[in-house]
Design a protein around this ligand. Sequence first.
Ligand SMILES: Cc1cc2nc3c(=O)[nH]c(=O)nc-3n(C[C@H](O)[C@H](O)[C@H](O)COP(=O)(O)OP(=O)(O)OC[C@H]3O[C@@H](n4cnc5c(N)ncnc54)[C@H](O)[C@@H]3O)c2cc1C
Ligand code: FES
Length: 257
Amino acid sequence: MEDRDLGGLMQAFEVANVITENSSTRTLLLKGRLESAQPGQFVMVWLPEVGEKPYSIASAVPLALTVSSVGTVSGKLAHLQPGERVWIRGPLGKGFRLMGEKHLLVGGGYGAAPLAFLAKSALKQGGQVKVCLGAKSEADLLMERRLVDMGSQVWVATEDGSKGFQGLVTSLTEQMILEERPDCVYACGPTGMLVALAEVCKRYQLPAQLSFEGIMRCGVGLCGSCELLEEICKQVGLPSGWLACHDGPVARFDGGR
Ligand SMILES: Cc1cc2nc3c(=O)[nH]c(=O)nc-3n(C[C@H](O)[C@H](O)[C@H](O)COP(=O)(O)OP(=O)(O)OC[C@H]3O[C@@H](n4cnc5c(N)ncnc54)[C@H](O)[C@@H]3O)c2cc1C
Ligand code: FES
């Protein structure tokens, strides 16, 4: 078996501040940094007696995590207060790699979290950043203000039409691909959204980098729990046995160019 990067030792980080993003989502700003982290990479976050789960790196300096409260670990994390601590392994996995100068970023739900980090890097390199954000309704949108403030142009799709385009973010993205002719599409969100985007990008022979989720336990390619379903691998064109933690979470497609 090839050598696996075990992500280093677990380190304790203190919560410095908490930002409320929407009714169920908070960003934890931690005291400390992960200098080497790339946008799209993740960390394994452990809370004693609660559990350990993967979270995207929303910012590396300082380290920040954006957590939507949906269950056991996320519920506890989203309610941490300044002064409390979390234990972190990482950065882990393969992140996004900027290609060309015109970047189209697509985020669904908390998938917007790593996109803020990616947008910051792209803008720093002098790139042009356009973003399509999708959510069920206006109240569920994440990162819109932050992305605009840092200099990205943002379009919004809501399923109930409460803000922006009414419908799925994938339909909005297809329109934007035709209008803006980006060099690459970068996306993070639910699997259904990613599969649909892979199809759209293939149709326009456009490179795409898609961040897939899996059920993670070890986070470093040892346990096999994050293997992407065979059916999804076939649909998007990844080899079977693709591990989200080790081979991804970001999968890169060249669009047939
Ligand atoms: C690479 C990677 C990056 C991730 N980044 C983030 C991130 O930046 N922010 C973030 O909030 N989460 C992120 N997640 C998801 C996170 O790891 C947890 O799965 C999530 O927080 C739920 O864990 P839990 O223990 O709170 O819920 P559990 O107790 O495991 O689940 C409770 C219930 O919630 C349901 N559930 C689980 N996940 C979701 C969901 N996403 N939406 C709705 N219902 C759900 C389950 O089906 C179950 O019914 C990421 C996952 C991966 C693999
Ligand atoms: S989480 Fe163990 S192999 Fe990916």
